[in-house]
Design a protein around this ligand. Structure first.
Ligand code: ADE
Length: 317
């Protein structure tokens, strides 16, 4: 049977889902839509050489309190199928029909209220991930701060209520007080979304430096959403472009990224007409504070969440 040589790690009682079709391809393998009993799930199939990200992702999902947060992808199970070179590593999670934000924005625009709610919940999810939550309540352990380290629009999913769900923890790191973080090697993540300090090749970051690197990438994702928001002033909504695609095209080299982001201090284009709308103007300021060259000047996820929450209440009292 299909369950032979299958080791279901957590929890042991479920069967293997049936793969239906491929929804996304990434650096670490592909994501399938699959059926498990009477519901759809997502199955991420890792390449064998990426066992470390499969293990890392489970480690993050197993962190206290990370289960069942509404804006963090929900984990169902991990499985290792087969033996030797044929081994397949599976990660089974909740399935989101709308897929990733990157794919969605290619074919859809968003109204301002939807865009605000999406950005707010994206900040809520990242703020939760970044937060260090001590043992407060009995029976609830300590949640360490976690940096995502590969934040981008492909790794933010859209749930059925059009709120954000943060996914892909293959590169995430936990910061357990008093414990050494281990090999936190410098240039990981996706080149296009790398903060200036990462592009510079700086190493030996501490916790807060990693969280600020996530915030730079967060700002680029905000820009992607604003460019596809149908209520932003300035004429018709432009077609979807990745951050820096206009400046550097589809496959920028590291040198090109460095010249653009560090030497010229270029950022994705912010049209001054956008600021004719007061709410969009405040969003643009928030985004610009998050992609500041000076990492220490960037806003925290919690602060962004609070600001967008205010804006949201202003347009929908
Ligand atoms: N793409 C990547 N992960 C996904 C998921 N869990 N659901 C839907 N699409 C995805």
């Amino acid at each position: 049977t299909s369950t032979q040589n299958t080791q279901l790690l957590i929890p042991p009682e479920i069967n293997l889902p049936q793969l239906i079709d491929i929804k996304a391809r990434g650096r670490f393998g592909c994501v399938w839509k699959a059926q498990l009993h009477d519901r759809f799930v997502a199955v991420k199939v890792f390449f064998l050489q990426d066992k470390q990200s499969w293990l890392n992702e489970q480690e993050v999902f197993n962190t206290e309190l990370v289960h069942y947060h509404p804006h963090i992808l929900n984990f169902i199970a991990a499985a290792s199928r087969g033996v030797g070179v044929e081994t397949e590593l599976w990660l089974i999670t909740e399935f989101h029909e709308y897929g990733s934000l990157a794919d969605y924005l290619k074919t859809h625009t968003m109204s301002l209220p939807v865009a605000l709610k999406f950005m707010e919940t994206m900040a809520t999810g990242l703020s939760f991930l970044h937060e260090d939550i001590p043992h407060k309540q009995p029976h609830k352990g300590h949640k360490p701060a976690i940096a995502h380290r590969d934040f981008k629009s492909k790794n933010v999913l859209i749930s059925n209520d059009m709120t954000a769900v943060i996914a892909d923890f293959g590169l995430a790191v936990k910061f357990i007080p008093g414990e050494c973080t281990g090999e936190s090697h410098g240039q990981v993540g996706t080149r296009r979304y790398m903060a200036p300090e990462i592009l510079e090749g700086a190493i030996n970051f501490q916790r807060d430096a990693f969280l600020r690197i996530d915030m730079y990438a967060f700002a680029l994702v905000m820009w992607e959403i604003i460019t596809r928001c149908s209520d932003v002033p300035g004429g018709s909504t432009p077609t979807y472009m990745m951050p820096y695609e206009l400046e550097l095209g589809q496959h920028p080299t590291l040198d090109e990224m460095q010249a653009c982001v560090i030497d010229q201090k270029t950022r994705p284009v912010v049209n001054d007409l956008w600021r004719q709308d007061e709410v969009v103007g405040i969003l643009c300021e928030t985004m610009e504070e998050c992609w500041d060259h000076d990492a220490e000047a960037r806003l925290s996820a919690g602060c962004v969440e609070e600001r967008i929450n205010h804006l949201h209440r202003r347009i929908q009292p």
